[in-house]
Design a protein around this ligand. Structure first.
Ligand code: ARG
Length: 466
C-alpha cells in the first residue's frame, strides 16, 4: 500500500491502493522496445526543461540541474546500451526515474505541464525524422548499383516481356533503369513521410493543451521541427505519420520483391540472362548441382511482413475514439520492424545487384526472332499500309513462320513479297533488335540516346539534391 501523497514505484502510483498485478503490468510494459526512443526522449526532455524555465514555471537553477542530469543520462546510455533497462513501464518512466535518482527534488518538476501522450508522439516523430534519411541513403545506394549495371550493359539487348511473353527488344540498361525509377519514387515517398512527421506536438498536454504558457514555436525550433501541431486533441491520437512511413516501407518492399522476382527468373537455367555470383547463392544439402538465389527470395518473402505491419497498424487505428488510447503503443514495434526489414533488404539487394553479370550473348539471342513482329508492321505502316491491315498481314506471317519453326531473318526477298508487295529489298536489313531500339523516339523509350540521358539524369539525382 502506498501512503497518501507519496510517490510510488510508477509515475501514476499515487491514485492507487496497492501495486498493479505483476503479470498484467508486464503485459503493458513497452521499455523492451521503446528503449529505442531513448535519445529522442532525453532530447525532448532537455528542450522541455528549457521551455519551462523560459515560461517561468521552474527556476533557472532547477533547469540547469535537469540539463546536467539529462546530459549525464544521455552519456550513460550512449556509452552502454544495456544501461537503458530496468523495471520501468516505458522509456519516459525510465528517464524520469534516472533523473530523480541523480538530481533529486528538481527532477520531480520535469513533468510539469507535460503528458506522456505528447511525449511519445514527439519521440516517434523525432525518431522518424532522424532515421528516414538513412533509408533514403540506402535507396540511393541500390539505385546507384542499378545505374552501374546499366552503364556496364552498354548497347546489349534483351527482350522485354508483357504477360511474361516476349514483347519487344530493349536495351538491357533500360531494364536496370526501370527498377531504379521505382526506388527513386520510394525515396520521395519516405521524404514525404518525414515531412508528415515534422510537426511538434509538445504543448498539447494530455489532450486539451498545456496550462503553462510554454513557447511552442521555441520548442519547435529547438527540436528541429518546421511547424507545431494545430490541435491538441488530434495530436494525442494522430499517428498518420507512422502509417505514412509504413506505407513507404510497404511500397519499397513491393519494389524489392519485384526486382527479386525478375532477377530470380533471369538468373535461372531457363533464362540464363544474368549470372549470380557464387558468394550470393547457397547450395542444397541434397542436390549437388543447386545454386539458389536465397537473398532475393528472402527480400521477396520479407515483403509479406512489412505489408502485414501496414495492414495491422491501419486496423489498430481505425476504431479508436478521439484522444490518446493505449492501443497506440502498438505503433512502435510496427515501425521498428518495418524499418529494420526494409533496411536489411535494401542492403542485401544492392549487394546482389552490384554483382550481377549480363550474359549478353543469351539476352541478344532472346531479343531476336518473332518479337520483331511489331517492327515489321511498323515497316509496312511507313510504306503506306494502314496499321490495322499491317497488323493482320504480319499476324499471318507469324502464324506461317511459327508453324515452320522459322523467323523473319530466314525469309528470302521473294518470300517477303509473297506476304505483301510493300516489302522492298531493304526489309531484311531493317528488321533487327538493334534497329528496333534505335527506331524508338520518345524520351522515356529504350532508344539508346534516351537511355543515356536517363542514366545521366539518374546519376545527377544520386550525386546531388533531388
Ligand atoms: N508507452 C506508451 C505508448 O507507447 C506511452 C504513453 C503512455 N500514456 C499513457 N497515458 N499511458 O503509447
Amino acid at each position: 500500500m502506498s501512503g497518501a501523497g507519496r510517490p510510488g514505484p510508477h509515475l501514476w502510483s499515487g491514485r492507487f491502493d496497492g501495486g498493479p498485478d505483476a503479470g498484467v503490468f508486464s503485459f503493458g510494459v513497452s521499455l523492451p522496445f521503446d528503449r529505442r526512443l531513448f535519445e529522442e526522449d532525453v532530447e525532448g526532455s532537455l528542450a522541455w526543461a528549457e521551455a519551462l524555465a523560459r515560461a517561468g514555471v521552474i527556476s533557472q537553477g532547477d533547469a540547469d540541474a535537469m540539463a546536467g542530469g539529462l546530459q549525464a543520462i544521455l552519456a550513460a546510455g550512449r556509452a552502454d546500451a544495456a544501461f537503458v533497462s530496468g523495471p520501468d513501464e516505458d522509456i519516459h518512466a525510465f528517464v524520469e526515474r534516472q533523473l530523480v535518482e541523480r538530481i533529486g527534488e528538481a527532477g520531480k518538476r520535469l513533468h510539469t505541464g507535460r503528458s506522456r501522450n505528447e511525449q511519445v508522439s514527439l519521440d516517434l516523430r523525432l525518431y522518424l525524422k532522424r532515421r528516414i534519411p538513412g533509408i533514403v541513403a540506402r535507396l540511393k545506394r541500390l539505385a546507384g548499383a542499378l545505374a552501374s549495371r546499366a552503364e556496364a550493359c552498354g548497347g546489349a539487348l534483351m527482350p522485354s516481356y508483357t504477360h511474361l511473353r516476349r514483347a519487344q527488344p530493349i536495351l538491357a540498361a533500360h531494364f536496370f533503369l526501370a527498377h531504379a525509377a521505382a526506388f527513386r519514387r520510394d525515396a520521395g515517398r519516405f521524404e514525404r513521410a518525414a515531412d508528415e512527421a515534422d510537426e511538434m506536438p509538445l504543448g498539447s498536454g494530455a489532450i486539451a493543451g498545456a496550462t503553462c504558457a510554454v513557447d511552442t514555436a521555441f520548442l519547435a525550433r529547438r527540436l528541429g521541427f518546421s511547424r507545431v501541431v494545430s490541435n491538441s486533441l488530434d495530436a494525442s491520437s494522430d499517428r498518420d505519420f507512422a502509417a505514412a512511413f509504413l506505407f513507404a516501407c510497404s511500397v519499397a518492399m513491393v519494389h524489392l520483391s519485384r526486382l527479386a522476382e525478375d532477377v530470380i527468373l533471369f538468373t535461372s537455367e531457363e533464362f540464363g540472362f544474368f549470372d549470380l555470383p557464387d558468394r550470393f547463392a547457397t547450395g542444397s544439402s541434397l542436390m549437388p548441382q543447386k545454386k539458389n538465389p536465397d537473398p532475393l527470395e528472402l527480400a521477396r518473402g520479407k515483403s509479406g511482413r512489412v505489408l502485414g505491419r501496414l495492414a495491422g497498424w491501419l486496423a489498430t487505428m481505425k476504431g479508436l475514439p478521439s484522444g490518446y488510447n493505449r492501443d497506440l503503443q502498438e505503433d512502435k514495434e510496427a515501425v521498428f520492424e518495418a524499418e529494420d526489414t526494409v533496411s536489411a533488404s535494401l542492403d542485401a539487394s544492392a549487394a546482389v545487384v552490384a554483382g550481377l553479370e549480363l550474359n549478353a550473348e543469351r539476352t541478344g539471342r532472346a531479343a531476336s526472332g518473332l518479337l520483331l513482329a511489331t517492327d515489321v508492321a511498323d515497316y509496312l505502316v511507313a510504306r503506306g499500309v494502314a496499321f490495322r491491315d499491317a497488323h493482320a498481314i504480319v499476324g499471318g506471317m507469324v502464324r506461317t513462320l511459327s508453324a515452320q519453326g522459322r523467323d523473319f531473318a530466314s525469309l528470302g526477298p521473294d518470300e517477303w513479297r509473297a506476304f505483301s508487295d510493300r516489302f522492298e529489298p531493304d526489309v531484311a536489313g531493317a528488321i533487327s533488335a538493334a534497329a528496333s531500339v534505335a527506331a524508338k523516339r520518345t524520351p522515356q523509350s529504350t532508344n539508346p540516346e534516351a537511355v543515356r540521358a536517363a542514366l545521366d539524369e539518374l546519376r545527377a539525382w544520386l550525386g546531388g539534391g533531388r
